[in-house]
Design a protein around this ligand. Structure first.
Ligand SMILES: [Fe+2]
Ligand SMILES: [Fe+2]
Length: 483
């Protein structure tokens, strides 16, 4: 078993799925490869393709010591296909086939549902690379630049992971879908990416950190749900992706945390105690806490939309079929079929926010979204500790799930961040207190000056406590080669 899990680096596409003896799939992937490299060149990180970046590459799927670090030019990164080890005797975790052996091949009756789930997941991966492609130019340090590129190459690898499943298990329509992944483009009017949040801009580094904290965390929840799939290759693929995803959320949490830290330090040095004295705080060249709250509001609510409608028959069907489970399905103590079970789902009726018990089977999205919100709270608490340690009176909060929504029961409902229903007039009048305004964006943009000298940090962000791979503070994470 361990023998089989070793990663083969001899083929052009590193893998632990035995590609060298699977000629059909190897050929298909080799045919897809040039298009991918072309996409990376056109829509990947702008301006740093020739620079050598200190990146981790997965060399094993062993949970201890699975990565190695080295300098690599991004276009030469070894994107590979890696599945977590097969669990002997694994059974289907939920739905009407609960307890039957997990599928090693695609079950015919669920083929199109399964393909669609894989395509939607796959589509988000290149989308975020596209959204983040201009950020290298304004990196606040080499450390941050390296983290950005690490996230980017791994999202690229996640695309490979989904494309492998499409090419191996879905024949010619899988191949067609794999090609479409490189044709859609984030923010494009004609061929946009499939989900809303992945067509938004990531205009500055605070957005990037909020995105990796909140939107990559949606990714985590989706991968967790797909890791419970009865289709074993998908489960194994997602389980390994989750180990990489953890770093993306670390980049987000610590990035926001360091931004807050620096703001608090600068306020204390200048003797400013009122966080709402925005002009004075901004004059210090740091991002005021109310603006950080607005950015949080924006990225959190865009991410909530990714969970879909609270009540959904598609989600019920996927669960019932056993191809997408709940968060930590196997740890839940129930029948895993949701016979007779109910779940409280949000409602917005006659201008009032309520909730109603609905069949739990139909509220799978709502439940995953609730689990997400709980998960997202941890970092917010830690951010607030930074603020209170600095003796500043301010508390960041997750806004109400009805605020600023475009999907589900709260779609375009005039609800405030603290969950009050107001008139549209009132809502519009206060919009700029709740969400980043153009002026906020311009201000943040004015701080986005690159700092590329090893060990130095832009004024608006504090250095990290430890380096990547335990490297010292002045480590050269990127050997810059400017074209
Ligand atoms: Fe990803
Ligand atoms: Fe990610």
């Amino acid at each position: 078993m361990t023998q089989k899990m070793a990663v083969d680096y001899d083929t052009m596409i590193p893998n632990n799925v035995g590609l060298s003896s699977d000629r059909r799939v190897l050929k298909a992937l080799e045919r897809w490869h040039p298009g991918y490299i072309k996409w990376w060149g056109n829509l990947g990180p702008v301006g740093f393709q020739e620079s050598k970046v200190y990146l981790r590459t997965a060399v094993s799927v062993d949970s201890k010591g699975w990565a190695k670090f080295d300098y690599v030019k991004m276009p030469e990164y070894r994107w590979g296909i890696l599945l977590a080890p097969q669990v002997e005797g694994r059974t289907i975790a939920c739905g009407e086939h609960y307890g039957e052996p997990a599928w090693q091949e695609v079950p015919g009756e669920y083929r199109s549902m399964l393909r669609r789930l894989i395509v939607i997941q796959g589509d988000t991966e290149p989308a975020s690379v596209e959204q983040q492609r201009f950020l290298g130019k304004t990196a606040p340090s080499q450390y941050d630049m390296r983290n950005l590129f690490q996230v980017n190459v791994e999202e690229g690898r996640h695309l490979w992971a989904m494309v492998y499943l499409l090419q191996k298990y879905f024949g010619s329509d899988g191949r067609e879908e794999a090609n479409e992944m490189l044709r859609r483009q984030s923010g494009s009017a004609e061929t946009p990416r499939m989900l809303g949040a992945f067509n938004e801009e990531t205009p500055d580094w605070l957005s990037f950190f909020m995105f990796t904290y909140f939107t990559d965390r949606d990714g985590k929840m989706q991968l967790e749900a797909l890791a419970q799939s009865g289709f074993d290759p998908l489960s194994r693929s997602c389980r390994f992706m989750l180990t990489e995803e953890a770093h993306h959320m670390f980049v987000g949490e610590t990035g926001v945390g360091r931004t807050i830290q620096r703001t608090c330090e600068a306020m204390n040095e200048a003797g400013i105690s009122d966080p709402y004295d925005v002009e004075k705080v901004r004059a210090l060249g740091v991002i005021d806490l109310p603006t950080i709250q607005k950015k949080l509001n924006l990225h959190y609510t865009l991410s909530l939309d990714l969970f879909g409608s609270e009540v959904s028959t598609n989600a019920a069907n996927a669960f019932n079929a056993g191809i997408k489970g709940r968060y930590q399905e196997i740890k839940i103590d129930d029948d895993h079929q949701l016979n007779n079970a109910t779940y409280a789902a949000s409602q917005f009726i006659d201008g009032k926010i309520t909730s109603m018990d609905v069949p739990a089977l139909t509220a799978i999205n709502m439940r995953l979204r609730d689990d997400y919100s709980k998960d997202a709270l941890g970092g917010v608490k830690r951010w607030n500790q930074i603020i209170s340690k600095a003796n500043i009176e301010f508390e960041l909060k997750l806004p109400h799930s009805g605020f600023h929504r475009k999907i589900g029961v709260f779609d375009h409902a005039p609800i405030t961040p603290d969950g009050r229903v107001v008139t549209w007039d009132e809502w519009e009048k206060s919009r700029d207190e709740w969400l980043p305004s153009k002026a906020d964006g311009d201000f943040i943009q004015s701080l986005m000056k690159p700092e590329w000298e090893p060990g130095k940090y832009a004024n608006w962000i504090a250095p990290p406590r430890v380096g990547i791979d335990n490297k010292p503070g002045d480590f050269e994470y990127v050997q810059l080669h400017m074209a």
